[in-house]
Design a protein around this ligand. Structure first.
Ligand code: MG
Length: 379
């Protein structure tokens, strides 16, 4: 089977709210059109690809094509002022006459190879086939703001691309439309006009056409925060780090349990949230926080994270202490944090370091901690 592919990429993208062609908008780190180019390039049935674009985008599309299409003869040609005219230009540009012509919208980046293979088989048998999906909404015919009638939903399909035709058939349909001055919005309609049946193959709801900005996948929101804290070591206090009581001859001094690691982590979370610092949230003048477990405070900060519809992507926490050695407590510390924050332990990295005898940490006068966190939106 010899298949020529026409990719329609001449739209101006006005509905995307800008003059930039929407097929050049980035999707998963590359221009949207690259996804379809890569797919058709990978199919051995495809003997040739023609991308139809407008003059303003010609150079950019040529660069994308060159970077993406590796196996298949490909050319970029200029289209006409309507989609119909552009597709016709593309159909006439094939270097060698294919058996089937496949027409695809450059703004449908989610097309899958398996569906393309099915539609090719269907078109080979019947001469004309398109993918479509049954509509989910009730469709009404409306005139001047008033419902004229409700259309029978069970008969309504939203037709997508690819649409595949016998090459001679679709060429003839375009020639005829041209001479009669017919204007349609897809190629199946031309076949309907000349009375040739078009098979509809159940497609994929994911194969959407990116038409307005809402069609683009929601960009994940990422917020980064950093925290730092230090507390003095003193006698007659327990040493609590990440909620674990660690045997040592001294402990950290503070209004709460002085869990310096959790304090740094809370400040990182508040930093990402843009909510100031723990001093503002839990002032040490407030008797409610006297000797309180910092893990309790951490769960309150976590509630703020959840209220914002955010989740913790990952945490990186470093404790700076000359003594005691912390290695054997790291697992219990991570478990405590994971359970309070309700995230997998694997998302929490804990490091212990010394200051090689330098400064207040090195002299054993205190312990410091620093934390980095990334919050992301739940979507
Ligand atoms: Mg503190």
């Amino acid at each position: 089977m010899k298949v020529g592919v026409v990719i329609a990429a001449a739209g101006s993208g006005r509905r995307m709210g800008g003059e930039r062609n929407k097929i050049l908008l980035p999707l998963e780190g590359r221009p949207m059109i690259a996804a379809s180019l890569e797919l058709f390039d990978s199919l051995e049935e495809v003997s040739e690809i023609v991308v139809v674009t407008r003059k303003e985008d010609l150079q950019k599309i040529e660069e994308i094509v060159e970077a993406t299409v590796k196996n298949t003869p490909v050319q970029v040609v200029l289209g006409g002022e309507t989609r119909q005219k552009s597709v016709y230009c593309g159909l006439q540009a094939f270097n060698s006459e294919p058996e089937l012509a496949l027409i695809h919208d450059g703004a449908r980046p989610y097309i899958k190879g398996e569906l393309v293979r099915q539609i090719l088989q269907e078109a080979k048998k019947h001469g004309a086939a398109a993918v479509g999906v049954p509509v989910k909404d009730t469709i009404k015919q409306v005139q001047e703001g008033l419902v004229l009638k409700t259309l029978p939903r069970e008969e309504l399909w939203a037709v997508q691309t690819p649409q595949v035709f016998s090459y001679s058939l679709i060429l003839k349909a375009h020639q005829q439309a041209e001479s009669l001055g017919l204007q349609v919005t897809d190629d199946c309609s031309l076949l309907e006009k000349i009375g040739h049946p078009v098979r509809i193959l159940p497609g994929d709801y994911e194969n959407v056409k990116i038409t307005t900005p809402e069609d683009l996948p929601a960009q994940a929101l990422c917020l980064v925060g950093f925290g730092w804290d230090a507390h003095r070591l003193t006698e007659n206090r327990s040493l609590i780090l990440c909620g674990v009581e660690i045997p040592h001859n001294r402990g950290l001094l503070g209004h709460s349990d002085a869990d310096v690691a959790v304090h740094a982590l809370m400040d990182a979370l508040l930093g990402a949230l843009g909510r100031g610092d723990i001093g503002e949230l839990f002032p040490d003048s407030d008797p409610r926080f006297k000797d309180i477990s910092s893990l309790t405070l951490l769960s309150q900060v976590m509630e703020l994270v959840q209220e914002e519809g955010l989740r913790i992507n990952n945490i990186d926490l470093t404790i700076l202490a000359e003594r005691p050695k912390l290695a054997e407590y790291k697992e219990s510390m991570r478990s405590n944090l994971a359970s309070v924050l309700e995230i997998p332990k694997a998302r929490i990295n804990l490091k212990a370091s010394t200051a090689e005898g330098m400064g207040f940490i090195g002299r054993g006068e205190g312990i410091a901690a620093q934390a980095g966190v990334i919050l992301s939106s739940r979507r």
